[in-house]
Design a protein around this ligand. Structure first.
Ligand code: NDP
Length: 362
């Protein structure tokens, strides 16, 4: 079947895959009219919000960009003009809580440095807004638990920006274990790039929480978890540094191995120095390979039966439409706060293993 990008968004991405999901207890179905689009406010107008999320919000069919929250007043005019954002929907970090009185904003999308996710997700929940939060969800599992509790208490939904959960090649990776139907699985997942500016927040522990592991290794953890379809029981990890000045506060390169119930294993790599971008799944009789695996576009795949021929989608648009569909239909999501929490538990085990030099239970 040939999919156009738009068709894919309205069919697989935001439609059929979700209709089978159970509804969420404790959350009432919103009383929106049939063609209601959710208003989204982006919090933190940096690279990802500017170059990926705002353009993607021009392609979504269930939500749209109608608010911004920024600490940089000089950014406001350009955003206002480019996206037609009314003055009443523009906030800064101090007056952000007033968003509670703004009925035209349904969702707050937190796209701030990692250390600020916790505070702004909780403030958004207290303001009664549904929340999309970028990865990593928080700096620790405790933070994640507090964020989940705040959203539950406020009866709002919380989603983590796992854009690959609705990407066709990664959906195929999730299905591969069923098609493979064979014994023990081995997964290799690697994501790294060379990081530039040594003064950026990603290299400061207080703002980033960690280095390549928090930023990119989380994709490798995710891929291993959803390829195998189980939760790891233990982790053994190793850290390597070549530049002690640039990476004085955070990890530069990490390798780790995870053991899963049933004897499945994964081997992963992340680095801020040496690029890597790969997902490989092996079962007794079949293999599945993505390279590059984690990009915004041009993901390439093959299996032992030949090349994968899957459509390319606007990942961020499909992701946000899928989350919106979950809100509108009160449906479960596999990119919920609980999913974000699971990754943080693995990351904590990775760091513990590096420190102790031993295998650590997750
Ligand atoms: P940027 O540094 O480009 O932008 C972060 C923005 O946060 C800034 O522009 C600024 O916006 C605001 N901010 C507030 N306080 C600070 C501070 N102390 N230092 C720096 N910025 C501050 O980061 P990214 O956009 O690349 O990343 C933001 C989040 O998105 C991260 O959590 C990252 O992991 C995630 N991300 C996810 C991706 C994905 O594929 N899912 C891809 C890239 C990033 P303002 O000037 O408006 O106040």
């Amino acid at each position: 079947m040939k999919y156009t990008r738009r068709k894919f968004i309205t069919t697989l991405g935001a439609g059929s895959a979700l209709l089978m999901l159970p509804s969420v207890p404790g959350f009432s179905k919103p009383v929106f009219s049939g063609d209601k689009k959710l208003g989204v406010a982006l919090v933190g107008l940096g690279n990802y919000a500017t170059n990926q999320l705002a353009p993607a919000l021009q392609e979504t069919s269930l939500c749209y960009l109608n608010g911004i929250v920024t600490g940089t007043p000089t950014k406001i005019d350009k955003w206002k003009q480019q996206y037609n954002i009314p003055d009443k929907n523009i906030y800064n970090y101090e007056n952000f809580d007033n968003i509670a009185d703004n009925e035209s904003i349904d969702v707050v999308y937190v796209v701030l440095p990692n250390s600020m996710h916790h505070e702004f997700v909780i403030r958004a929940a207290k303001a009664g807004k549904h929340v999309f939060c970028e990865k990593p969800m928080g700096l620790t599992s405790k933070e994640c638990e507090e964020m989940i509790a705040a959203c539950n208490n406020a009866a709002v939904r919380l989603f983590v920006g796992y854009r690959l959960h609705t990407e066709p090649h990664h959906l195929a990776a999730m299905k591969f274990r069923d098609e493979g139907k064979t014994g023990i699985m081995y997964v290799q997942s690697e994501f790294g790039f060379k990081i530039g500016d040594p003064t950026q927040w990603r290299l400061k522990k207080a703002l980033a929480g960690g280095g390549s592991m928090m930023d990119l290794g989380i994709y490798a953890i995710q891929a291993a978890r959803y390829s195998i379809g189980k939760e790891p029981v233990s982790v053994t990890a190793q850290e390597y540094k070549t530049d002690y000045e640039k990476f004085v506060e955070v990890d530069e390169t990490v390798t780790w191995q995870m053991e899963f119930p049933g004897g499945h294993v994964s081997n992963s790599y992340t680095s801020y120095t040496t690029p890597a971008n790969h997902l490989y799944i092996s079962t007794e009789r079949r293999w599945f390979n993505l390279i590059p695996a984690f990009n915004y576009n041009r993901i390439q795949g093959s299996t032992n039966r030949g090349q994968l021929d899957l459509p390319e989608v606007n990942q961020q648009a499909v992701q946000m439409d899928t989350f919106s569909q979950c809100i509108l239909d009160n449906a479960e999501s596999d990119a919920s706060g609980e999913e974000g929490l699971k990754d943080l538990k693995v990351i904590e085990a990775v760091y513990k293993s590096i420190q102790s030099g031993t295998k650590v239970k997750v």
